[in-house]
Design a binder for this molecule. Structure first.
Ligand code: 5AD
Ligand code: SF4
Length: 443
């Protein structure tokens, strides 16, 4: 069969889609980038905000035309929205053939085969402890960037978040499986690995939601093991929950030369009152304490974050606290989300009280702060010499290549003859644009 996969949502979904693709390849099927010649179209969906669900439903709804033209084609919704809605999605979209939630993705090939034979509409949403395994020998050839899911699910139950309900309880994979998968990827040419999990720093803690003791960090130990892999250039990870940065983890970050100096540290709000209502287990002051500790340990570390504006009853004062804290930390990147009530999550029981126009205004203010701050951070680097991992020809200008610093700034430069994707190069920064740096390779 020819399989087409379209992905919505986060990096975990991107990774799941890669792994789904790998399972079909391993079973002798082929992947196609074209909707028109596919036998099976899979939509890997997201539930984190209402807009994400509407987008995927809209797309699947639109494909009714394709289904009318080619009734044999199978349309399937998989992933988070599939898990959340199950049969209801089959009712809502009468030309959708099947639904496979996050709990059953490891069986996707067998499920699609069964549906293709029986032609009966079904949804599969039982929870399971099986993890959708990674790429293995089906890693895309020549790709220098790979992703590994090290945990699945989340135990934290932030009150706004649907993830614990659609991805289930937190499970960590065996350290040995992860290291083996990483080695295989490196054998296939991967140079940078991104470790993924809803809370990667909770790795190996058996679902305990209390901050680990200061001498404990199975995640730090995993980083140290991965750091030893010959041929691997860089390790990134996302996202860690702030209270899991024990001294042991910070020590591991210092020990591991391949672990990048950029930490995505979701803040969500800078107001203690709102943090409490969100069931986040820190205050603005304790969050800052971790930031200070990390800065003291890793002097060039940069931070990025996620923030929600317009949580129920968020006042102008709460918002100012968020804004102040963001400026104080000085994030080099921030993802700002307008609060969206998710049926099933606890905060959806409260009225969505902040008007859309206020959410939008707060969003714009934070975006403005971010671009002003980033411009300054980029300007400051003119004249510096940085190390970049090459990513290939620039999308904007074919004469240039791009790469990224460990601190996660994008750098454009002229290629030298024979330059390959996934090489570490030293670049001297000559000028700065609004969102990226420009320089020349010196080594
Ligand atoms: N509304 C808005 N943003 C949300 N996020 C999670 N749930 C919601 C919601 N209901 C944001 C959080 C999280 C990011 C992945 O998405 O900021 O860190
Ligand atoms: Fe959702 Fe909170 Fe878990 Fe992140 S830590 S996935 S925001 S419940």
């Amino acid at each position: 069969m020819k399989i087409f996969i379209k992905t919505y949502g986060c990096q975990m979904n991107e990774r799941d889609s890669e792994a789904i693709g790998a399972q079909f390849l391993a079973a002798g099927h082929v992947l196609t980038p074209s909707e028109d010649d596919a036998d099976v179209l899979l939509f890997n969906t997201c539930s984190v905000r209402d807009a994400a669900e509407r987008k995927a439903k809209g797309k699947i709804g639109y494909l009714k035309k394709l289904k009318d033209r080619r009734p044999d084609v199978l349309l399937g919704a998989v992933g988070c929205m599939a898990q959340r809605l199950g049969d209801r999605l089959l009712e809502e979209l009468p030309h959708l053939d099947f639904v496979v939630g996050t709990g059953q993705l490891h069986r996707i090939v067998a499920i699609v085969k069964e549906i293709a034979q029986k032609r009966n509409r079904q949804s599969f949403t039982e929870e399971s402890r099986d993890v959708l395994v990674g790429m293995g020998e089906h890693a895309p050839d020549g790709g220098a960037f790979g992703q590994i899911a090290i945990t699945r699910g989340c135990n934290r139950f932030c009150t706004y978040c649907i993830v614990p309900y659609v991805r289930g309880r937190e499970i960590s994979r065996d350290q040995r499986d992860i290291v083996d998968e990483a080695k295989k990827m490196v054998d296939h040419g991967v140079r940078e690995i991104l470790l993924l999990g809803q809370n990667v720093a909770a790795y190996g803690l058996n679902g305990d939601t209390r901050p680990p003791a200061d001498d404990v960090s199975p995640f730090g130990e995993l980083l140290e093991k991965l750091n030893e892999i010959d041929g691997l250039a860089r390790i990134r990870y996302t996202s860690p929950y702030v209270t899991y940065f024990s001294d042991r983890l910070i020590e591991a970050l210092k020990n591991c030369s391949k672990v990048c100096h950029n930490i995505h540290l979701p803040l969500q709000s800078g107001s203690d009152r709102v943090l409490k209502a969100m069931n986040r287990q820190y205050t603005a002051a304790s969050y800052l304490h971790y930031v200070d500790k990390l800065r003291a340990a890793i002097d060039d570390v940069t931070f990025s974050t996620d923030v929600i504006v317009g949580f129920p009853d968020e006042t102008e004062e709460d918002f100012q606290m968020t804004r102040d804290l963001m400026n104080r930390v000085g994030y080099s990147q921030s993802f700002i989300f307008k609060y969206s009530p998710r049926p099933g999550a606890k905060s959806a029981l409260r009225p969505d009280s902040v008007p859309e126009s206020v959410k939008e205004e707060r969003n714009q203010i934070l975006l403005g702060d971010l671009s002003a701050r980033v411009e300054k951070m980029l300007q400051k680097q003119i004249g510096d010499t940085v190390e970049v991992l090459t990513e290939g020809v620039s999308h904007r200008n074919e004469a240039r290549w791009t790469g990224r610093t460990g601190t996660n700034f994008v750098v454009h430069f002229e290629p030298v003859p024979g330059l390959k994707v996934g090489e570490l190069k030293t670049v001297k920064i000559e000028r700065a644009g609004g969102v990226s740096l420009f320089g020349s390779i010196v080594k």
